[in-house]
Design a protein around this ligand. Structure first.
Ligand SMILES: [Zn+2]
Length: 254
């Protein structure tokens, strides 16, 4: 048997958390990285990480679309005050889809992203990056600020930018969309296994609009592993061990 870590989970959005954690443990999920997105979400994440100590590890963040929230500055302060107890900074990043740009302009998003990355760097924490339609800017800003550790979560961008991500020493993570999403599948095939993490992005709904539709939970990281092993034509146990090692190093979890 092998162990897996869900490197990106919005468990603050799950109601029956006790049974979800129990189920994850039963499925050999060794740890869950809980990612925050707002002031309220970050507070919940910190509570959950205390309740499930040494199993749920907190990352603190700010979704690009929450920049327009009233309590956004309180969130920035909360992140600064609590980042030392977290294993990472995220979910942070840029989102250039139309609806989001209407809430927060590209320039506003970039300046907040820089501010957060500096806090991550000063505290020696890895960055968990949301880069929808903004892959190039996210990468450039990470390089400009000389960020050491970053993961481009659920990467679906172009392969030339992926190559630069890898060359810069960064990672990408695979989600359960590895079963069917073509751009995501291409990226996973192109990325070396030692630069891959696994995730579920729970409670995201996958296979939407089909009879296979389901809402992911951390134990579905097994689905991600199966899809990745198939795409890479590698033995599941072998790849699971490589990725477990990557993930422990990335988050400094031992
Ligand atoms: Zn997410």
């Amino acid at each position: 048997m092998f162990e897996l870590i869900d490197s990106h989970a919005h468990i603050d959005e799950i109601e029956d958390i006790g049974s979800v954690i129990k189920d994850a443990k039963k499925n050999n999920i060794a740890a869950i990285i809980a990612v925050g997105t707002s002031f309220i979400s970050n507070q919940k994440i910190m509570h959950l990480s205390e309740e499930y100590r040494n199993y749920v590890y907190p990352a603190l963040g700010l979704f690009p679309w929450n920049i327009a929230d009233e309590d956004f500055r309180d969130n920035m302060q909360f992140i600064r005050d609590n980042i030392k107890q977290a294993v990472g900074m995220g979910e942070i990043g840029l989102d250039y889809s139309k609806g989001i740009k209407e809430r927060a302009s590209k320039e506003t998003q970039k300046s907040i992203f820089r501010e957060l990355l500096k806090v991550a760097k000063d505290n020696n924490k890895p960055a968990l990056i949301h880069s929808r339609y903004s892959w190039h800017d996210c990468l450039n800003i990470c390089r400009e600020l000389q960020i050491d550790k970053a993961v481009f979560h659920w990467y679906t961008g172009p392969l030339d930018i992926l190559n630069q991500i890898i060359k810069s020493g960064y990672y990408i993570s695979a989600s359960p969309a590895a079963e069917y999403h073509e751009d995501h599948r291409k990226a996973i095939m192109a990325a070396p296994s030692d630069r891959l993490l696994l995730e579920t992005d729970t409670p995201v709904t996958y296979c939407r609009g089909t009879e296979l539709e389901y809402e992911a939970r951390p134990s579905d990281v097994l689905r991600t592993l199966n899809a990745v092993a198939k795409l890479k034509n590698e033995d599941k146990a072998v790849i699971a061990n490589v990725i477990l090692k990557n993930t422990r190093e990335f988050f400094n979890l031992y």
